[in-house]
Design a protein around this ligand. Structure first.
Ligand code: SAM
Length: 273
C-alpha cells in the first residue's frame, strides 16, 4: 500500500483500487472530493507487467541512442573505494545522496535488494553504511576547508547530533571526490547533481561545500548550475502552498549541477617531476 516506493518516504496511500476497479482500502473516503485525495489515491499494478513495460520503454530509448555500438559493463562497489584503475575514466555523471538521512534510500531499495538475493536481516547493516547516514560510530572524519568547517560549526552549535551527522556526510563525500579525482584522466570531468538540506533552519550549502572540498583536492570548479524542480512533476508532490516551516519544501525545489574538472596542468606537473 506504500504510496510511493521510488521516492522513499513512508507515505501510505489512503485510497487503493485494484486493477479491476475494486476498492481495496479507503471505502469511507470515496465520497469526499478533496483535491488532496488525488495525491493519496493509488491503483494497484502488477510489478511484473510494470517491469516488462518499463524494460521495453528503456530498450527502445537505448536503441535510438545507438548505444549498441559499444559494449557496456556494469559493476558495483562503494563510491568511496572505486574498483577502477587510476586515470582511466573520461567522464563521471552522478547524483550522490542527500546529507543527514534526508532521504531513506533503503526504503526505495529494499525490495530490489531482497529480490537480488540479500538477506532481510542484512538490510539495516547496509543502511548504516549508506553515505549520509546518521550513525557515526566507526566513521572516519576528514579535515575540511574553511567555508565547510564554518557551516559545520554553525549546524553543530544549533544541533549537535545533526552537526555530527553532517560531519560524517562531508567526510564521506571528501573520500568520494578524492576517488573521482584518482580515477579521472587529466582533462576529465565529473558532473555531480546534489540537493542541499536545511538543518535546524541552516542551509547546509551542500553544493558550495562539495565545490570547496573538490577544489582542496585539486579539482577546478568552473560552474555550479541551478536546476529548478517543477513542484507539480515531482514524484513526491509538495503542497500547493509554500510553507516556509516545512524542511522538505525548503529543501527540494532546487538542485545543483556541479562541474568538477581535473586540470591538464597536473599532467604537466607529473612530467616535470
Ligand atoms: C540521489 S540517489 C541517486 C539515485 C540514482 N541516480 C538512480 O537513479 O538510481 C543516491 C544513491 O546513492 C546510493 N549510495 C549510498 N551510499 C553509497 C556508496 N557508498 N556508494 C555508492 N552509492 C551509494 C544510494 O543508495 C542512492 O541510491
Amino acid at each position: 500500500m506504500a504510496f510511493d516506493l521510488a521516492h522513499t518516504r513512508p507515505h501510505r496511500a489512503k485510497m487503493v483500487t485494484s486493477r479491476s476497479g475494486e476498492m481495496v482500502l479507503g471505502d469511507n473516503l470515496a465520497e469526499r472530493s478533496a483535491s488532496r485525495l488525488d495525491f493519496q489515491s493509488k491503483t494497484l499494478r502488477s510489478p511484473l507487467d510494470e517491469f516488462e513495460k518499463r524494460f521495453q520503454q528503456n530498450m527502445k530509448g537505448l536503441l535510438q541512442l545507438g548505444v549498441h555500438t559499444f559494449k557496456p559493463e556494469t559493476n558495483y562497489g562503494d563510491a568511496q573505494v572505486l574498483p577502477l584503475e587510476g586515470k582511466s575514466v573520461d567522464l563521471i555523471v552522478t547524483s550522490p545522496p542527500y546529507a543527514s538521512n534526508a532521504i531513506d534510500y533503503m526504503r526505495a531499495h529494499k525490495f530490489s535488494l531482497v529480490w537480488m538475493g540479500h538477506a532481510v536481516d542484512d538490510l539495516s547493516m547496509r543502511r548504516s553504511k549508506y553515505i549520509g547516514g546518521e550513525t557515526v560510530a566507526d566513521v572516519e572524519i576528514e579535515q575540511f576547508p574553511s567555508q565547510t568547517a564554518t557551516i559545520l560549526g554553525e549546524v553543530t552549535a544549533l544541533d549537535r547530533k545533526k552537526g555530527v551527522a553532517l560531519r560524517r556526510y562531508y567526510s564521506e563525500m571528501t573520500r568520494v571526490l578524492s576517488e573521482m579525482f584518482r580515477v579521472l584522466k587529466y582533462g576529465g570531468t565529473s558532473v555531480v547533481v546534489v540537493g542541499s538540506s536545511i538543518l535546524r533552519g541552516r542551509d547546509t550549502e551542500t553544493q558550495n561545500c562539495l565545490a570547496e572540498i573538490g577544489q582542496s583536492i585539486g579539482f577546478e570548479v568552473p560552474k555550479i548550475g541551478i536546476r529548478h524542480l517543477d513542484r507539480n512533476r515531482r514524484m513526491m508532490p509538495a503542497g500547493s502552498k509554500i510553507n516556509l516551516d516545512s524542511q522538505i519544501q525548503q529543501r527540494m525545489h532546487e538542485e545543483y549541477v556541479i562541474g568538477f574538472y581535473k586540470p591538464q596542468s597536473h599532467n604537466d606537473l607529473d612530467k616535470a617531476l
